[in-house]
Design a protein around this ligand. Sequence first.
Ligand code: HAM
Length: 408
Amino acid sequence: MNVARVKGTRDLLPAESRRFAAAEDAARRIFGAYGYGEIRTPTLESTELFARSVGEATDIVHKEMYTFTDRGGRSLTLRPENTAGVVRAVVENRLDQAPMPLRLWYAGPQFRYERPQKGRFREFRQIGAELFGAPGPAADAEVLVMLFEFLEALGFRDLSVSLNAVPAGAGREAFSEALRTFAGARADRLGEDDRRRLAENPHRLFDSKDPGTAAILENAPRAIDYLDPESRAHHAAVMEILRANGIPFVEDPRLVRGLDYYTKTVFEVTSSRLGAQDAILGGGRYDGLVSDLGGPPLAAVGFAIGEDRLVDVMPLEAAPAPGRVRVIPLAPEQEGYALAVARRLRTGAPVECDLSGRGVKKGLAAAADLGFDEAAIVGPDEAREGTVTIKNLKTREQKTVALPETGR
Ligand code: HAM
């Protein structure tokens, strides 16, 4: 019986992996240049972490988590996102005591039990960044400036950010109440899932995939009208700084992200090349989360990019390394010498030994088919004399040279 891969998971084969690596390399380079250090947190966390951060009533915690009891009776969850784990690690490792601001980025797999479809997987990858200890509007803007530099490095040109601000504290309560009243009066037109959302947490109505609900919400109360004056000023200043830095954004009063920890700024970037409702990335400010998870009051803002979606629409070509060489032994007796030749030739471009035992004629044809630039043929004469015959697979020219002279 063949064992198939688990539904909603992917095998990333070399051509695809190369594109993922290109995205991760750009993140490492650009985020590094902004002062971000890489953090790698566990894929497994205590279930409670997500209930307390992402929120009990969110779709993620309510129905999308891979949760199980381990052999020691603990409830564990495969992380559905990485912000909660990063905050836990910051508090647990006392990074919150370090001089601020603290800048961390990550890349890694996340797990959500969603219905798989184009761009939506049960195991998917995120690249994200979190900035701690910078409460002012310039921090929100800096995160977006860095994000745009990253997206531009990957060849994206006409993306824009959807931006909104959500209330915290009393404003959030008032907004919930207003939404509850508004949607309650129209509950008979809501589906079962959305009636549950209405009862548990009316903010989550905005996550509904039901077009009927979206139509109802057209005229719903707006989060932005429930901001306190300080948050309102913060939001205005973020927009001002984004304009001054040439970051394209559109205000989207309907944007309420599917996680509970946001305060003030929320944003998403969508691509028309993905499905209508699918964002390449999302993020925002979450000034209450560090203290909610046992740390000091510490402002924070960040984002996570869905790497699978990003790579799917990324314009940058991730070409294989140029100048590939294949060393082809004439017969099995020269395979040992072929390894030695390959080691000497390997000074930059990839050099691969053809150890298939199929001989030179078939070996050369295979190397040409696979796009190698050069073949290094080794037979008994070469092995005896310490030479190698280099054949250019494009021009068919060949010459025999002494091994030490072949260094490139
Ligand atoms: P999120 O919006 O839940 O935010 O996820 C961020 C991105 O991950 C989405 O925009 C999407 O591209 C990708 N994503 C989510 N679910 C899937 C899936 N099932 N398949 C493929 N891609 C998916 C967060 O996770 C927050 N932690 C972002 C954040 C960081 N906020 C502040 N800091």
